[in-house]
Write a protein that binds this ligand. Structure first.
Ligand code: APR
Ligand code: PHB
Length: 388
């Protein structure tokens, strides 16, 4: 087998990269070690920045997103007794969209299987070879158990945090940074109409809570919990009661409904540099993880592959190396901005039990709710800075 770009991993990063390359006449093969059913069932975050929506739309993937997605013009920031709306169009001229990453992935897979480049599920033993040469290759075992070799010009490592690509880059030198936060999120999906028009980010002495949604009839809600908590110890009633407490506001209440999914998610920041070794390029979760508080994970993956697609098209069709040579630095500049923003949102909203921290957090929240300059800084980052 031969292709121009071997793409490891069929998450949003790998699938979108394959699509963007195909639109520019560059071929690729996507190798995924899980099944289609598994990949399409993963529940992840649900906020798309303006840039992400524009990129998906321009790539011909916007039909269902524009039909079923919900455009959001702001968020609420809450602390006990106060719920304040940040109006994004007023502050920075941009909006965001609520559309689950699960749906983005389904749209990408459907487009890929409908005449797009090859996408192979359930491959195993993926090994990257000769990435320092101009003709690297990928060895793998296909779904039928047959050993295969994929010869290529470039490998894209879009295989997520637990993939095989990052270790190959790091083996040639580089470094990583990691911060594990002392809290986790307990997330639920519920068949209940959201009781709010915009997402609510709530600070509360008992811990942070987030009111999000997936559609006019499905709510997605999160509670800050200790990472050692067990999901079995959280009955639906206990979860709803905690949500009532943390979102409490006079004359308003959370809408309850059947809980259809329940899980606890760890929170960490992670950055790996460089994002390139020879002809191997990393993008998305393979190179970085952000805590979910700023909803940046998927958007950062889309920004990476936007830069990477342009750089690879230039390399493979014009034989010019300028954009691939600067890819890692340009991508990492945005990665660090989003890493900072996600850390900032996380630090401002999650309670540590320390009273000094609580006073600093409340002071920061009051500042954002009373100063247009402070609110604009949050709005610009939340809705997404331009991809350079
Ligand atoms: N071989 C082939 N595929 C692999 C391998 C491997 N050795 N290891 C992992 N994969 C696959 C995973 O099964 C997964 O489908 O790579 C894919 C990586 O996809 P994601 O984890 O979704 O990562 P990415 O595409 O970068 O998307 C980033 O996902 O986790 C969220 O917050 C994150 O929203 C962000 C987005
Ligand atoms: C979500 O809907 O899953 C979601 C929304 C906003 C966040 C994180 C997650 O900041």
């Amino acid at each position: 087998m031969r292709t121009q770009v071997a793409i490891i991993g069929a998450g949003p990063a790998g699938l979108l990269l394959s699509r963007l390359l195909a639109l520019q006449g560059v071929d690729s093969v996507v190798l995924e070690n899980r099944s289609r059913v598994y990949v399409e069932a993963r529940i992840r975050a649900g906020i798309l920045e303006q840039h992400t929506v524009d990129t998906l739309t321009d790539a011909g993937l916007g039909d269902r997103l524009h039909r079923e997605g919900l455009e959001h013009r702001g968020i609420y920031l809450q602390h006990p007794g106060t719920r304040h709306k940040l109006d994004f169009p007023e502050l920075c001229g941009r909006t965001v969209w609520v559309y689950g990453q699960t749906e983005v992935t389904k749209d990408l897979i459907e487009a890929q299987l409908d005449g797009g480049p090859p996408l192979l599920f359930e491959v195993s033993d993926v090994t990257l070879e000769d990435v320092d040469s101009d003709s690297p290759r990928v060895r793998f075992t296909d779904a039928d158990g047959v050993a295969q070799v994929l010869e290529c010009d470039v490998i894209a490592g879009t295989d997520g945090f637990h993939g095989v690509s990052r270790p190959v880059v790091q083996a040639a030198g580089g470094r990583t940074w990691e911060r594990t936060y002392p809290y986790a999120w307990l997330g639920i999906l519920a068949d209940a109409a959201p009781a709010t028009d915009e997402l609510i980010y709530a600070w509360h002495p008992e811990g942070f809570a987030l009111y999000s949604m997936r559609s006019p009839t499905v709510s997605r809600l999160y509670l800050q919990v200790d990472p050692a908590e067990k999901i079995e110890d959280w009955s639906d009633d206990r979860i709803w009661d905690a949500l009532d407490t943390r979102f409490a506001l006079e004359g308003w209440s959370v809408n309850r409904g059947p809980v259809t999914d329940k899980s606890i998610l760890p929170m960490r920041s992670f950055v790996s540099s460089p994002m390139r070794r020879g002809r191997l390029f990393l993008a998305g979760d393979a190179a970085h993880i952000v805590p979910p508080t700023g909803a940046k994970g998927l958007n950062l993956a889309v920004a990476d592959v936007t830069l990477l697609a342009r750089a690879l098209v230039r390399l493979l069709t014009e034989k010019r190396t300028d954009l691939v040579d600067t890819y890692s630095d340009r991508a990492l500049a945005r990665v660090w901005r989003c890493t900072h923003f996600s850390w900032f949102m996380t630090s401002m909203l999650h309670t540590s039990g320390d009273d000094f921290d609580a006073h600093l957090q409340l002071s920061q929240l009051r500042r954002i709710c009373s100063s247009e300059a402070a609110a604009r800084e949050l709005a610009e980052n939340y809705t997404g800075l331009p991809v350079g």
